[in-house]
Design a protein around this ligand. Structure first.
Ligand code: CTP
Length: 403
């Protein structure tokens, strides 16, 4: 799945011959799963028609402050367009438009939109050889980059003038790859490894029975997705669940018992940067596992249980550089219990869910959590979907590890 999937991309087209290639660019963005809107300078309509672009983008194309042809002329709101966009890509970017962007001119809709956009802006220059080399063009490149805009350099080749040299707009495929790589490189957990536990554990009584719990694994899987979406390489060690996820950055390891989970977690822990233990690990397991199915010979049956290893506590005891996060599910005296757990298990952060809160906990799609860190900062959240809770948690971790 492309990192552009689900993103709103505003494509700005200016008046260069390379504008004809933007039909392919729109298609590639859409193929990557993005929504596309197009804003054009008036002169760029000489090179490609708004009809082509609106058909491909499945959205109206904007090129002036009002729709003059329309009897009920409407104001095209450049602020709204700028706010809609997750990314603004100006391709081709002519020397004229870049110079105006550098100087804050806003005499067309594209320029006004650029000035009001808060999202990352990419620009792909295209012009003739000597224009590309001109000192004033170089100043535009430098000024625009100093404003935080990202330049997608032009390539060398035959130009519309017949001259050969630098100035050809990057090919649409290369523009898409460039933007994807740029976004991936800037993700806050790029290069970090995150270990996550999820789901219940099953502790065998005999070959057909076990002691388990109602954990769905959903919270842990959402945390895995949120981590991967921020660029982390994820090791997800999960007990038996019906959850599934396919993501190139998530490596799933399926386990059954607390002991198995313990072994796998310790295999990876030394080499990770963050460990988030959201699994509902059984605290006890049968002392003896019957080799044959237990028959109902008597009215009662006693199974002697013994403690499982506390995985989280064992990590807390051996942690070095790792940022360690645990969960606490409490029914009473919640905050106090969670703070004690944080300290006892040597955690950086604990996520408390109280069973007194409706919609919180194990099974459902929602959760209501409170974060407590090792500086005793308590942050309480509203009831949210587990996906949103996972995002909040990852944002907090990013904030703390980069602090
Ligand atoms: N945990 C673990 N290994 C265990 C038990 C728990 O790694 N054998 C982790 C859970 O994944 C969770 C945290 O410990 O992150 C809290 O678990 P919880 O069962 O609420 O707390 P306990 O410390 O077991 O204390 P108690 O059961 O007494 O509340």
């Amino acid at each position: 799945m492309s990192i552009l999937s689900g993103k709103n991309i505003l494509l700005g087209i200016t008046a260069g011959i390379a504008a004809y290639k933007t039909a392919s660019l729109v298609r590639l963005f859409i193929k990557a799963g993005a929504q596309v809107k197009v804003v054009m300078t008036p002169n760029s309509k000489d090179f490609i028609t708004p009809l082509t672009l609106s058909t491909l983008s499945k959205n109206p194309v904007f090129s002036s402050f009002t729709n003059e042809e329309d009897d009920n002329a409407m104001w095209n709101n450049h602020v709204e367009l700028g706010l809609w966009a997750d990314l603004f890509v100006i391709a081709p970017a002519t020397a004229n438009t870049m110079s105006k962007m550098s100087n804050g001119n806003s005499d067309n809709l594209l320029l006004a939109t650029y000035l009001s956009a808060k999202c990352p802006v990419y620009f792909a220059p295209a012009m003739d050889l000597d224009m590309y080399k001109h000192e004033s063009t170089k100043v535009s490149f430098e000024t625009l980059q100093s404003f935080g805009n990202v330049m997608i350099p032009a390539t060398s080749g035959e130009l519309a003038s017949g001259l050969v040299g630098e100035g050809r707009m990057a090919e649409p495929e290369d523009i898409v790859t460039f933007i994807e790589n740029d976004i991936l490189d800037k993700l806050p957990l790029k290069g970090k490894k995150v270990l996550i536990t999820a789901g219940p554990t099953y502790e065998a009584i005999d070959p057909v029975r076990f002691i388990g719990n109602h954990s769905s694994g959903k919270m842990g899987f959402e945390i895995a997705k949120a981590s991967a979406n921020l660029g982390a390489e994820v090791i997800l060690i999960t007990g038996p669940t019906h959850q599934n996820v396919t993501h190139s950055l998530i490596n799933i390891i399926a386990v059954t018992s607390a002991e198995e989970m313990y072994q796998h977690v310790h295999n990876y822990f030394d080499n990770v940067d963050v460990a988030i233990l959201s699994a509902a690990v059984a605290d006890f397991k049968p002392k003896e596992v019957a080799l044959q199915k237990i028959k109902k010979k008597s009215d009662t049956l006693n199974i002697e249980l013994e403690r499982t290893k506390d995985i989280l506590a064992s990590l807390g005891a051996s942690k070095k550089h790792q940022f360690l996060v645990g969960f606490a599910l409490e029914t009473n005296n919640e905050l106090e219990n969670a703070k004690q757990k944080l300290k006892k298990k040597n955690l950086n952060l604990i996520v408390l869910n109280s069973l007194q809160d409706k919609g919180a906990g194990f099974k459902g799609d929602t959760n209501k959590v409170t974060f407590i860190d090792n500086k005793n900062t308590v942050t309480e959240f509203q009831l949210k979907s587990k996906a949103e809770v996972a995002e909040d948690l990852l944002n907090e971790i990013v904030k703390q590890i980069h602090a």
